[in-house]
Design a protein around this ligand. Structure first.
Ligand code: MG
Length: 274
């Protein structure tokens, strides 16, 4: 049976703070060597993921912005399927609400709740760079959002003493506005009706059509990976920076030793050898 691997990026394949993939390179190369597709499934934008696709030489389908859309290289699957648009040589299946609409709904929540938050769309390139630790060029790519907004609440909470109760209330308001939220380890993501799991299901279906029965593996580190991990056959959680695992309850969940990329490579080695 053929296998495919879905992976989160920040805090999983990439170091949460430095965004380095140095420690996951061995695992990435092993998958390439044995021809197992590595499918990015991240909150990162298309523009950001394209950088890592080029650097790592990964040319498989990829899932952006917490399942907002799936990008599939034209001709990758040897049959036709439904998609919403094409961008350069990529066919796009869109699952998310447009970034513009998410922003409008968030604006309403801001007005009604009076809660203080900043989205990447409210921030300059420099501010995004400062909050994320990205360089300016990467911050520009992170701002090229098409489906979900990234909110900075936590760091400001320290400065302005926002309580967790107030954050909970604000998150409820987001739900009431018809939006959804998740957490990626550092930031909140706010989006329409999409999540990583729905996108993983569609991509898995396409591979099944191509190869028949397949086994799916998923690797993540945070709450926003929960829908992906509950969709795959082998869900794997890597450690967070404090050596703990995110408190996620998924049947058959494998908790691997190792922070982010270190745990990532260990898990790949356990399954695929090398
Ligand atoms: Mg992550």
């Amino acid at each position: 049976m053929r296998q495919i691997v879905f992976t989160d990026l920040d805090g999983t394949l990439l170091d949460l703070v430095t965004y380095s993939y140095e420690k996951s390179l061995a695992g990435v190369n092993r998958l390439k060597e044995i021809g197992v597709p590595l499918i990015f499934c991240s909150a990162k934008t298309r523009a950001e993921q394209e950088v890592y696709r080029r650097k790592l030489g990964i040319f498989h389908p990829f899932i952006v912005e917490n399942g907002g859309a799936i990008f599939i290289p034209r001709g990758y699957f040897p049959f036709s399927f439904e998609y919403h648009k094409s961008v350069a040589e990529l066919l796009v299946i869109e699952l998310g609400t447009s970034y513009k609409e998410v922003g409008q709904l968030l604006g309403k929540v801001r007005e009604e709740s009076g809660f203080h938050f900043r989205g990447f769309g409210d921030m300059s390139d420099e501010e995004v760079a400062e909050e994320t630790g990205l360089d300016i060029d990467s911050a520009k790519l992170a701002k090229q959002r098409e489906y979900d907004e990234t909110l900075v609440i936590a760091s400001e909470a320290k400065q302005s003493h926002i309580t967790s109760g107030e954050i909970d209330k604000f998150l409820q308001k987001i739900k009431q506005a018809g939006l959804n939220w998740t957490h990626g380890g550092r930031f909140y993501g706010v989006m329409g009706d999409n999540d990583k799991g729905k996108a993983v299901k569609i991509v898995t279906g396409l591979y099944r059509e191509m190869w028949g029965a397949i086994e799916t593996i998923g690797l993540g580190d945070s709450l926003n990976d929960l829908p992906m991990l509950s969709t795959v056959d082998i869900p794997i959680l890597v450690q967070k920076r404090d050596y703990t695992w995110e408190n996620i309850d998924v049947p058959n969940l494998r908790k691997v030793q190792g922070i982010g990329p270190e745990g990532w490579s260990r898990a790949i080695k356990e399954i695929f050898g090398g």
